[in-house]
Design a protein around this ligand. Sequence first.
Ligand SMILES: NC(=O)c1ccc[n+]([C@@H]2O[C@H](COP(=O)([O-])OP(=O)(O)OC[C@H]3O[C@@H](n4cnc5c(N)ncnc54)[C@H](OP(=O)(O)O)[C@@H]3O)[C@@H](O)[C@H]2O)c1
Length: 286
Amino acid sequence: MNRVLVIGAHGQLGQSFRHWTPQYPNFQFFFEDLPAFDLLDREFLRQYFESTSINIVINCAAYTAVDQAEDEAEKAHLLNTEAIDLLCKLSKTFGFKLIHFSTDYVFDGTALSPYKEEDMLNPLGVYGTTKAQGEKVMRTSGIDGWIIRTSWLFSPYGKNFVKTIFSLLQNKDEISVVADQTGSPTYALDLAASTLNALAQNPLFEGVQVYHFTNSGHTTWHAFATAIQQQIKTQCKINPVKTDASFNKAQRPKFSVLNCEKIKKEFNLNPQSWESALEDCIKRIK
Ligand SMILES: NC(=O)c1ccc[n+]([C@@H]2O[C@H](COP(=O)([O-])OP(=O)(O)OC[C@H]3O[C@@H](n4cnc5c(N)ncnc54)[C@H](OP(=O)(O)O)[C@@H]3O)[C@@H](O)[C@H]2O)c1
């Protein structure tokens, strides 16, 4: 039986993994997060793995505050890069496979077609830089595992764009949303389901494989907000604005659509459109 540890269990992706556990009776799951489980506590982690015989680690923990990271580079580096180095060392010692998540923000957004796994990384901000460094540490570590890049995560859990806009649309007469950034919204429940589906296929692990996973289709943040409004029907006006007028501290890629053909082909996955995923998410939020 696979003994699967999900780290960052209280975050939106971590909670999405927990949602699917009843469907995987052949996996024994362990869910851990702060404060009891600290990914930065070397000695605690060594003892944890010594006493648990985990064979798959799914790392959902990360420093994900994109703008705040510009002021907290050291904190972001510790969790997004140093902690990955530590997990790789532990993977070597204890032999578990590491499933790690990364982001579209490792790209600079100048591409004219969806990014492939092997395209050049050129992050624009601290968050993307620390995630790209974490990827590099893992790719060069010699361990077995997957790096799954995803984008624009939303879910009924935690803090995310859909929940923020849902609440603003009910409480404001007018809001402004950026209309010149294009990406693919990804339902965290679909990402977790597809990851578990792929793991249940007993894949051969040989080194570190990089995959892209998003829901199908792409949009702008403004059109995404408009799609949320169409489902909850409020009178709030949604004004399109340019990135330059949005006062965000971190620079973001203008275009960060990911090409997901590799994971789809290898594991026979067929992610639903972001629009139908959004419909499911709004039903659950309501
Ligand atoms: N969110 C997005 O739009 C997005 C887009 C692309 C890729 N991703 C990637 O997807 C993955 C999951 O993101 P998410 O949105 O689910 O993140 P999230 O909601 O921010 O969850 C991260 C979790 O990690 C926990 N954590 C923080 N420091 C920790 C530590 N030292 N030890 C153990 N746990 C710790 C956090 O706890 P606290 O809350 O207590 O700090 C939180 O529960 C990340 O790798 C992220 O980079 C996310």
